[in-house]
Write a protein that binds this ligand. Structure first.
Ligand code: SAH
Length: 266
């Protein structure tokens, strides 16, 4: 019997690199073919979903099944290309397993871009971007995203700050300070630079600006780094509560709070 390929969590969705168009025939990667044929025991005629980050969601039929390979034939578009909120996660890389976890969960929580940053207390010296992308793809497949977050080349903190876009605000997760929680920081009124006598007020981040979240390594930011970040225009120090969170927990908590306040969790 043929039908929809499903697993306990839902229908099978795969990310492919090439374009998706009606009747296009796609050769899955060897790993995807193995997954479809041997893990999911797919048969010719079974249906699954495909996305590539550009062309929306497509229904595709499995054809030309041999022992090791098959073809995926694009039948019809089943959903539009969707965008997540424009939210970057800038994080100091941690050890391999927690970084895998962080990339997967940040993708599920809807980060649009992941930027590893080397700080003074970052212990990890190299980042495997291919591995990060593979984790992001897996999480996008599983969570129903039609895009995959961009994974940027890691940068040292000074360099990152030197080239920081002027129109992007930075929620600086600062465990050591007197910072406000994110909700209060968003609600805080600041005197408008245009207003006379500071009478007119504007909410922090009002308008069309975009956002990033910055979290540190297991050892935290050093005092000089904290001072430099805090002194920047557009950087808003925030607390994630009284408890010190592990680096991966902090990044994910901040993403969840942002998405519920300013993101697409409404
Ligand atoms: N320096 C700390 C641990 C750092 S936790 C220590 O050793 O005691 C790793 C990162 O998570 C921090 O740099 C910060 O960005 C974030 N973080 C953890 N807990 C936080 C909190 N309660 N508020 C804001 N940021 C936090």
């Amino acid at each position: 019997m043929t039908g929809d390929l499903t697993y306990p969590g839902g229908g099978v969705r795969l990310h492919v690199e090439g374009p998706l168009r009606k009747e296009m025939r796609i050769t899955p990667s060897p790993e995807q073919a193995h997954y479809l044929l041997h893990v999911m025991r797919a048969k010719a005629g079974d249906m699954l979903s495909l996305f590539n980050g550009r062309d929306g969601e497509w229904r595709a039929e499995i054809a030309d099944v041999t022992k090791r390979s098959c073809t995926l034939v694009c039948r019809a578009q089943s959903g539009p290309q969707q965008a997540v909120p424009d939210l970057w996660l800038v994080f100091a890389p941690i050890k391999k397993t927690p970084t895998d976890y962080l990339v997967q969960k940040a993708t599920e929580l809807g980060a649009s871009l992941l930027q590893p940053v080397f700080t003074r207390r970052t212990i990890v010296t190299r980042v495997n971007r291919d591995r990060m992308r593979a984790n992001a793809i897996e999480a996008a497949e599983q969570s129903g995203r039609t895009d995959v977050p961009e994974i940027r080349e890691p940068l040292p903190l000074e360099k990152l700050l030197a080239q920081w876009p002027a129109d992007r605000k930075l929620l600086f997760c600062d465990e050591a300070g007197d910072a406000l929680p994110i909700a209060k920081a968003f609600a805080q009124k600041r005197p408008s630079p245009l207003a006379e006598g500071g009478e007119a007020q504007r909410a922090t981040g009002e308008g069309d600006c975009s956002w990033a979240i910055l979290t540190g390594p297991e050892g935290g930011f050093d005092p000089a780094e904290r001072a430099v970040i805090r002194a920047r225009d557009g950087a808003i120090p925030v607390t994630l509560g009284k408890r010190i969170l592990r680096a991966d927990t902090a990044a994910l908590a901040a993403l969840a709070i942002f998405q519920s306040l300013r993101g697409d969790w409404d």
